[in-house]
Design a protein around this ligand. Sequence first.
Ligand code: MG
Length: 236
Amino acid sequence: MSGACRIVAEILEGLKSHVADGITTADIEAFVDEGLRKRGAVAAFRGYRGFPSSVCVSVNEQVIHGIPSGSARIKNGDIVSIDLGAVFEGFFGDAAITVPVGNISQQARRLMEVTEQSLQYGIEMVVEGNRIGDISSAIQKHVEANGYSVVRAFVGHGIGRSLHEDPAVPNFGKPGQGPRLKEGMTLAIEPMVNAGGCDVRILADDWTAVTTDGSLSAHFEHTVAVTKKGPKILTK
Ligand code: MG
């Protein structure tokens, strides 16, 4: 899993400087495909329940599962959420970042910061003996204290020899509830945070989730292992 997760992290890191005004979301897919090929890894998402690409690229009010397209051009002021899963030697890694393009609004920057912070607060709860609800509640509290909302329709997940394993890791919930964390468990924690309401709808492509009210959305994700020494972020 370390290998798969390192590959995901390296490609996402490369994308931070590659994503720029004027490129298309298909250019991001090409960058990802080349990065996976060079490292001997395979895209986890391509073909997953029929998903047609190796990476999800979701711009502005798109929450997750955006399909790269040669006609979707990225422009100054956009925020671009990129979710990438890789398979390497039989194991999966999964992570997501939201990248700013050029000069973004103060609100967009704050939304991104709060979302990434909420992921960190969630990760801090990845301690043996805690419960999934401790992660969920830490994320939700931080998001809502900042006036944003947590998407309910999609959640994080266990990950390992397959992309989506038990347990579900919601970004909302109560402390002390849900499955107990044990050493060796590996979780993909992935807050999706909307500037407006939490509701989402799916576009006619059957994949792209957008905010119902058209507000901006941000997404950050890490694959994290429960260890005796606390949380270990594998996709760092
Ligand atoms: Mg995931």
